[in-house]
Ligand binder design. Structure first.
Ligand SMILES: NC(=O)N[C@@H](CC(=O)O)C(=O)O
Ligand SMILES: [Zn+2]
Ligand SMILES: [Zn+2]
Length: 405
């Protein structure tokens, strides 16, 4: 499926090539984006320092967590969970099942299903979330907090993305009492930040969401801790950085760091590069790379790994979501390496997330080795196949568990 563009990324001739933006080192932050000027200087000096010493071939980092993950249920859960559990310590598990996880009772059941599906000996911890609806009650927030296993509520504007039809129709009209209770209970709000108004261009939906919903929400409830999930634009970067550190943060996916919207059309329609919010222009990708590799504590790893059966991706109305769990760590390392910021990788993958959620950092380590490995074309499961991001390509930075000292 992935074709096109020449690559300096993989030297081996048999390897399929990756789309363009993946290959170019990120230039210093664009002048059109607002950032404190000291940040520009920092990233340039790191890049220069990195180029004068031999590039590292091995990195040992604190075990990462995934702060935005779709695990699904049943046979898909069984197929995808090992890919996350292998290298990640914990993950914030998205509640957009069919029907969605709207109550603490259901989140507890779903958590048990995940724990049962774990490979033997795994210490992976699922951090549960509830799906916010127009009818979620403040009582439910109290129950969620008391459970000790629910860490956040997820806002899906109704109709914005996969399985969001039961989402919120009018956040200010219907959800303020619940959001106030969340602020009181220190329960985080995770946001799919796109408006659903069909009159708004698909590529502008994140920007308009920030203007119409997110900025007013932060004004109205400054104590509520908000994670803007899977950010895709420089508008989101500017917004996050205009907010107080520790109050508003963002997760960033591998695809929004590596691909721009050309990747949807390169050599033909590429359904496995389709996710929501949709990939944006190159200038937005560059803004996100600069923000994430700057060392700011407001960004952390959230793959948004979203498995869909191959038949539901490769069809006349393919669904949104990219399956990245098996490749995510290799890809994040590549981004930081290209930016000359490998020294900032661990904070992004392993520190900023737990710090924002008020959870302890993991104590075990993983090793990323600079050795080539080939991404499988597909992963089979009992009812079909799932195609991973960068299917069939060769990647570097192979993750493995650190051997006991
Ligand atoms: N990102 C996606 O394109 N899809 C996600 C939903 C979401 O995170 O918006 C999914 O559940 O498939
Ligand atoms: Zn989403
Ligand atoms: Zn998601």
């Amino acid at each position: 499926m992935q074709t096109t563009a020449t690559s300096t990324f993989s030297a081996k001739p048999h390897v399929k090539h990756l789309p363009g933006p993946f290959l170019r080192p990120s230039p210093p932050y664009s002048a059109r984006v607002h950032l404190p000027s000291s940040r520009n200087k920092t990233s340039i000096s790191i890049a220069m320092a990195a180029s004068s010493s031999p590039p590292p071939q091995e990195l040992t980092i604190t075990r990462p967590d995934d702060w935005h993950l779709h695990l699904r249920e049943g046979d898909v859960l069984a197929a995808v969970l090992p890919h996350s559990a292998m290298h990640f310590g914990r993950a914030i598990v998205m509640p957009n099942l069919k029907p969605p996880v709207t109550t603490t009772a259901r989140a507890l059941e779903y958590r048990e299903e995940i724990l049962r599906a774990l490979p033997p000996g795994s210490s992976f911890v699922p951090l549960m979330t509830l799906y916010l609806t127009d009818n979620t009650s403040p009582e439910e927030i109290k129950l969620a907090k008391k459970s000790g296993v629910v860490f956040a509520l997820k806002l899906y504007p109704a109709g914005a993305t996969t399985n969001s039809q039961d989402g919120v129709t009018d956040i200010f009209g219907k959800c303020l009492p619940v959001l106030e209770e969340m602020a009181r209970q220190e329960m985080h709000l995770l946001v799919h930040g796109e408006v659903t108004d069909q009159h708004v261009d698909t590529f502008d939906r994140e920007k308009v969401f920030i203007e119409k919903i997110l900025a007013p929400l932060v004004q109205r409830l400054p104590q509520l801790k908000i994670v803007m999930e899977h950010i895709t634009t420089m508008d989101a970067v500017n917004f996050v950085e205009s907010c107080k550190e520790g109050h508003v943060a963002a997760t960033v996916t591998p695809q929004h760091l590596l691909l721009n919207r050309n990747a949807l059309f390169q050599g033909g329609l590429q359904p496995h590069n389709y996710c929501l919010p949709v990939l944006k222009r190159e200038i937005h990708r560059q803004a996100i790379v600069s923000a994430v590799t700057s060392g700011s504590k407001q960004y952390f790893l959230g793959t948004d790994s979203a498995p869909h059966d191959k038949r539901r991706k490769e069809c006349s109305c393919g669904c949104a979501g990219i399956y990245s769990a098996p490749v995510a760590l290799s890809l994040y390392a590549k981004v930081f390496e290209q930016a000359g910021a490998l020294d900032k990788l661990e904070a992004f993958t392993s520190f900023n997330g737990p710090d924002f959620y008020g959870l302890p950092r993991n104590t075990s380590k993983i090793v990323l080795r600079k050795s080539a490995w080939k991404v499988p074309d597909t992963y089979s499961y009992s009812s079909g196949e799932i195609v991973p991001m960068f299917t069939g390509n060769t990647l570097e930075w192979l993750p493995s568990d650190q051997l006991e000292e």
